[in-house]
Design a protein around this ligand. Structure first.
Ligand SMILES: *Cc1c(COP(=O)(O)O)cnc(C)c1O
Length: 391
């Protein structure tokens, strides 16, 4: 299977057909598994014999999703988790200990920041936040006890690009792991492991599902790290993915490639149109030539992705009025869905971030974020024009 192209892997890899000879992957909604004998039960429990024991540890449907995503990311192993947040939590709980230090981009998902500042801190793990795009800040933040570097690229909502080649080289120099949240690009647009990252994190809730149906996450990386450490934590602490959700995500992967291409096409058209609108101050999209890191984005990603942000002329009132005058778009903070969504980051996804920190990260009150879906682009533009044309 490894030699197949990613589009083939997405459709066919990771599954073993049962005796029923089904063509579509079966779901195994079972909490536990039976053994042929007491001796087999003992061998499974001791780990002497490989195989299923209990669905908190492994489940055939979840395994199919894990194998498929690992192959698509070019990683050795994958552990699926109950959510993107539990994928991040499991990785840090498994790999770090009291007294360790992490350097993280400041431009990460708001809840991840809360996880770092409120919960990892409680267990004596300190996180230093640096600019996503300034390598010298990363270098200066490194300490003898730095064990991991963490980032998402492009960032949410400003689509800043982190230089994976430079930051992974730094991670190697200081003997720490580079962990990349690849939620926005998915392996279709960017494979961080091929560009030097050690571990890839996913919120499967977003583009992997693609139709806003379930919550899930995953950790992809080397066999030793993922199976021995992250899975060991996951099976003990319990944030496992359900077989039903795994099946949804599995089906999501099958159409991921064509969906990502369509999301990118719509997003490029939308961002180009927004750039020319008189009510707009600035548009953020990696594939626009005006993007400060356009060249790096072209080198690292095969397309710009599905997220577009823009600053309207004015403040919160103007941003809210553009959002409130839409009739078709979904006003929701979820992203990566076939349905286009619109949100005001400062008062939703980033509302728990201290105002000062929020401004430092560029989340101003006039910023609006769109996760561009698969509706006809003319209808998406028309829905936004309703508010924009009145500003
Ligand atoms: C949504 C999101 C998460 C968290 O994922 P959940 O599945 O909601 O727990 C993590 N990182 C990024 C970049 C996200 O967008």
């Amino acid at each position: 299977m490894q030699s197949f192209d990613i589009e083939t892997l997405a459709v066919r890899s990771g599954y073993e057909q049962t005796h029923e000879q089904e063509n579509s992957e079966a779901i195994f909604p079972t909490s536990s598994f039976r053994y042929q004998s007491a001796a087999q039960a003992a061998a499974r429990f001791s780990g002497e014999e490989k195989g299923n024991v209990y669905s908190r540890f492994t489940n055939p449907t979840v395994r199919t999703f894990e194998k498929r995503l690992a192959l698509m990311e070019g990683g050795e192993a994958c552990v699926a988790t109950a959510s993107g947040m539990s994928a991040i939590l499991s990785t840090f709980m498994a790999l770090l200990e009291q007294g360790d230090h992490v350097v993280s981009s400041q431009s990460i998902f708001g809840t991840t920041k809360v996880l770092f500042n409120k919960y990892l801190a409680k267990f004596g793990i300190e996180v230093t936040f640096v600019s996503q795009t300034v390598l010298s800040e990363w270098e200066q933040a490194i300490r003898p006890n730095t064990k991991a570097l963490f980032l998402e690229t492009p960032s949410n909502p400003l689509t800043e690009i982190a230089d994976l080649a430079e930051i992974s080289a730094l991670a190697k120099r200081c003997d720490s792991l580079l962990i990349v949240d690849n939620c926005f690009c998915t392996p279709i647009l960017q494979r961080p492991l091929e560009q030097g990252a050690d571990i890839v994190i996913h919120s499967a809730t977003k583009f992997l599902d693609g139709q806003g149906r379930g919550i899930g996450g995953a950790v992809v990386g080397p066999e030793l790290v993922v199976e021995e450490h992250v899975r060991a934590f996951m099976r003990t602490a319990g944030p496992s993915m359900s077989p039903f959700n795994a099946w949804i995500f599995l089906k999501g992967l099958e159409t991921l490639s064509i969906r990502m291409k369509a999301h990118c096409q719509n997003a490029l058209q939308l961002s180009t149109w927004l750039s020319g609108h008189s009510a707009i101050e600035q548009v953020f999209y990696p594939e626009l030539k005006s993007h400060p890191q356009y060249e790096l984005a072209c080198k690292q990603q095969s397309a710009g992705g599905g997220l577009v942000s823009f600053r309207v002329k004015g403040g919160q009132a103007e941003a809210w009025s553009v959002i409130d005058q839409t009739q078709m778009l979904s006003i929701t903070a979820n992203l990566g869905d076939v349905k286009t969504s619109i949100t005001h980051p400062a008062t939703t996804t980033h509302c728990r971030v201290e105002p000062e920190e929020r401004l430092k990260a560029g989340i101003t009150d006039n910023l609006v974020r769109i996760s561009v879906g698969l509706e006809f682009i003319g209808d998406i533009k028309a829905d936004l024009a309703r508010g924009l044309d009145r500003l």
